[in-house]
Design a protein around this ligand. Sequence first.
Ligand SMILES: [Zn+2]
Length: 284
Amino acid sequence: MPELPEVEALAAFLRENAVGRVVARVDLAGLQALKTFDPPLSALAGLEVTGAARHGKFLDLDVSGLHLVVHLARAGWLHWRTGLPAAPPKPGKGPLALRVHLDDGNGFDLTEQGTRKGLAVHVVRSPAEVPGVARLGPDALEVDRDTFARLMAGRSGQLKGALTDQTVLAGIGNAYSDEILHTARLSPFKMADKLTDDEVLRLHDAVRATLTDALQRQVGQRAATLKGEKRSGLQVHARTGLPCPVCGDTVREVSFADTSLQYCPTCQTGGKPLADRRMSKLLR
Ligand SMILES: [Zn+2]
């Protein structure tokens, strides 16, 4: 799932390659992806792309005051295309959800793999009209120490959930929350409102360091190479069974119904493995 660094890198890529071009046409191939009807998608045609920004994990293309706001969800991605075919795509087949043609013959595709479709496209006059954007907490890259401490103190629940709740803090998902908790040497199941002052500082520093490091590696990369760049920087996420690069212990996993988390017992839980959700309550 694209998180803050990937979406920021995509926005930077679009600022470089799409801003200044005029939208020639927008093809909707995955009907379920479009969540708004007024203004219509066709209203974008003939207008110049004037900016590209990020709100949490939402990508926002500013088209002369109209906004194409995209949430890529779990398996969505943006593919830059040079020399797009003129013929409109067949709706409903394959991963293509939306195609944006620019006036120079280039453009981009929004695609989504798999059968569970979550990719969402909105055409709005202001990004705040998108409910998910309106609900966002402060941006994870911009939140200062005091605000961060207040957010954690006001949250009764486990750290993993607090870091990934977009209404608390915007931009962090499953992968970077694993990485941040590993860097901060904190258990994913520790309660957010039970952190000591030192732990809050460590966690805030880890949020900054992890996201800044990922951003530095990714901004400037082409959309096609971003995913590989993300994977190469990970220390625990998606590395179950591999050695922790910090201490050499084996990275472990906790599975849930439709997701999982990874952590290092030596770095994060005093060497004790987290068996499952219920067991974890005994260990925190
Ligand atoms: Zn370790």
